[in-house]
Design a binder for this molecule. Structure first.
Ligand code: SAM
Length: 256
């Protein structure tokens, strides 16, 4: 079968890594899983064997067809769709109880950052997400304030989820091998923070990290004034990467 490298098609072939991912997600009978990019079914098969109901979102028509043929199972629903555009909330309409949906995926790496932002927006609709990413993106996702990798992705994730790095995966676990190392991350949505003004929050964080070497006061010029920054409890001389998520939320709640 033809492989389409542009679609990030690196298939898992290492049985012990597949087992480790499945143990991390720990699927149980009757649970509903969205699987992003099922490919040839390395994770789909074990999910079905564990008794899960799988909603697989695959963009490649040949792979979607192959998957249906390989697993002619009433618990497998294959959606031929772009995971970036897919309406995850529509699954509620087919009887999946709100916030009981789980998500798993060995994500196509060319798409992982925009897809993560999209999934984070829908995070409240998922009980948890177990995703494999290129290690560098996984590190950004899980980075705490003050670390080199802390940035827009870390802040947007921390506002909605707990993000735990689980384990690294070497290129030899895939066929063909990718050029980079990978890492499995578990995201568990929580309600520690309230995002009252999502658009303002998004704007503040985007602008702050587009100029991460400047002080926060300079980076946010035109969006937030010095008084607003100070009123949010932020030291104006700090750099964007030193500021925790709660302070960004506080600031975006109090913008004009
Ligand atoms: N889950 C399989 C595995 O672990 O072996 C395949 C993983 S492979 C890294 C990524 C998969 O995502 C491929 O099957 C690819 O066709 C699919 N894919 C790529 N872009 C996609 C998109 N925009 N929406 C849905 N699936 C996509």
């Amino acid at each position: 079968m033809k492989r389409r490298p542009r679609l990030g098609q690196h298939f898992l072939v290492d049985a012990s890594v597949i087992q480790q991912i499945i143990s991390t997600a720990a699927p149980a009978t009757g649970e509903h899983f969205v699987e992003i990019g099922p490919g040839r079914g390395a994770l789909t098969g074990p999910l079905l064997s564990a008794g899960a109901i799988v909603h697989a979102v695959e963009i490649d028509p040949a792979l979607a067809k192959e998957l249906r043929e390989r697993f002619p199972h009433e618990r497998l629903n294959v959606h031929l769709a772009d995971a970036l555009e897919f309406d995850y909330s529509a699954l509620e309409g087919i009887g999946v109880p709100h916030a009981r949906l789980r998500l798993i995926g060995n994500l196509p790496y060319y798409l992982s950052t925009p897809l993560l932002f999209r999934l984070l927006e829908s995070a409240a609709g998922f009980r948890d997400m177990t995703v494999m990413l290129q290690r560098e993106v996984a590190e950004r996702l899980c980075a705490p304030p003050g670390s080199r990798r802390y940035g827009r992705l870390s802040v947007m994730a921390a506002a909605r989820c707990r993000a735990e790095p689980c384990f690294s995966v070497a290129p030899r676990a895939f066929e063909p091998r990718p050029r980079v190392h990978s890492m499995v991350v578990r995201l568990t949505p929580d309600s520690r923070y309230r995002i009252r003004r999502p658009d303002a929050f998004e704007r503040v964080v985007r602008q702050a990290f587009s100029q991460r070497r400047k002080t926060i006061a300079n980076a946010l010029r035109g969006l937030a004034n010095k008084e607003q920054i100070t009123a949010a409890g932020i030291d104006r001389t700090l750099r964007p990467e030193q500021i925790p998520v709660a302070a960004y939320l506080h600031l975006s709640d109090h913008l004009d």
